[in-house]
Design a protein around this ligand. Structure first.
Ligand code: TXA
Ligand code: MG
Length: 340
């Protein structure tokens, strides 16, 4: 149930979006920055506020299957099956786009990412606006994603109105799944790992008669969001894969190797220390990967606010399994350096 205050806030946000503004809003994965898909000016605002390059396409958020179908050129049986199994929820389906979707949203690709989020505030907001909403995560390009309204305010200040709705339940972005129909067969590819796992998709599809296979390779052109660095906090973050390394040895390695890093990779600024590192803080995450996903971005942000000289996460053997892979997909990109 939404509170009267939340309903009022949604109403205000809907008015702003209808006028062509962008608004911060909660989803079950992370907070997004929403604009109506039918206003080129509003979509351009997303890119400029985020300082996001135009080559990285936006996900279109819908609040019903009917609305999803209007965004796709063909709505095939695979899309229908996956939508029935996993929507609303943390799954983005990449399908051939309809004329409703501009090249600006898809960065010139013929495909569009479509997602029906499960968060009630997101659903009511999309319904109130009446058209699908393009929405990336509400963070500056390359930086840590937001899982609380406060995080969005930290990114953009008062210039962006944000609907307050507590902590995002999932904590990491949706699983991005490309669906291609080739003859009578479907080819699937996970373009971004998320809380919805490949094993769950396999399980759902095994109960159907649909013929499908997993793509062996992903073409960089089809996954423009694949960058080496992303989600970076504001202090140097390191992953150490050698749990028995002594602290003195780690400090030594960091002081030489961090300084040697380039200032920028693929347009993303690499976070480097400003002085010699003497004291390292450690990132502590739950041993349960679902909980670790929920708290990861928030922890990266709150530790950064204390401004430590360096922040380190120790990778342990217990960090294995599919959900940890989704968590590490983010942690590795957030890290300035991986130490073995
Ligand atoms: O959970 C989420 O997906 C969140 C919430 C707000 O819904 N949104 C989000 O958006 O993570 P963003 O823009 O931060 O990440 C979208 C990712 C990018 O890596 C982008 O490259 C990929 O989805 N993507 C979007 N459309 C695509 C397309 N047509 N083909 C391939 N990749 C696409
Ligand atoms: Mg993002």
């Amino acid at each position: 149930m939404l509170s009267p205050a939340q309903l009022l806030s949604i109403q205000k946000a809907a008015v702003l979006i209808k006028q062509g503004d962008v608004v911060g809003f909660p989803t079950e994965t992370v907070y997004g920055l929403a604009a109506r898909i039918d206003s080129e000016e509003a979509i351009k605002k997303i890119f400029s506020i985020k300082q996001r390059p135009f080559f990285d396409p936006l996900i279109v958020h819908v609040s019903s299957l009917e609305q999803a179908k209007t965004c796709a050129k063909q709505w095939n049986k695979m899309a229908q099956t996956l939508a029935e199994a996993f929507w609303p929820g943390p799954l983005t389906l990449v399908l051939p786009k309809s004329e409703l979707i501009s090249d600006l949203i898809t960065s010139g690709l013929d495909s569009v990412g479509i997602r029906w989020p499960s968060h009630p505030v997101a659903q009511v907001l999309i319904q109130a606006v009446g058209v699908p909403l393009a929405a990336p995560s509400a963070n500056k390009f390359g930086r840590t994603s937001p899982t609380k309204a406060q995080h969005v305010r930290e990114e953009f200040g008062d210039s962006v109105y944000v609907i307050e709705a507590g902590q995002s339940e999932v904590g990491i972005e949706s699983t991005v799944l490309s669906v291609k129909k080739i003859g009578d067969e479907y080819q699937l590819a996970i373009l971004r790992k998320g809380a919805l796992l490949q094993s769950q998709i396999n399980e759902a599809l095994q109960q159907t008669k649909l013929d499908f296979n997993w793509a062996q390779q992903i073409d960089k052109k089809e996954a423009p969001g694949h960058m080496k660095h992303h989600y970076m906090p504001t202090v140097p973050f390191i992953i150490c894969r050698n749990p028995s390394m002594k602290l003195s040895e780690l400090s030594l390695i960091l002081n030489t190797r961090l300084a040697e890093l380039p200032d920028e990779v693929e347009g993303v600024k690499i976070i480097k220390p400003t002085k010699q590192i003497q004291k390292i803080e450690f990132l502590k995450l739950s041993n349960d990967p679902t909980q670790a996903a929920r708290e990861m971005y928030s922890q990266l942000r709150s530790v950064s606010l204390r401004n430590p000289e360096a922040l380190c996460f120790i990778q342990l053997p217990l960090h294995s399994g599919e959900m940890w892979e989704s968590v590490f997909d983010r942690l590795y990109k957030a890290a300035s350096l991986i130490v073995d």
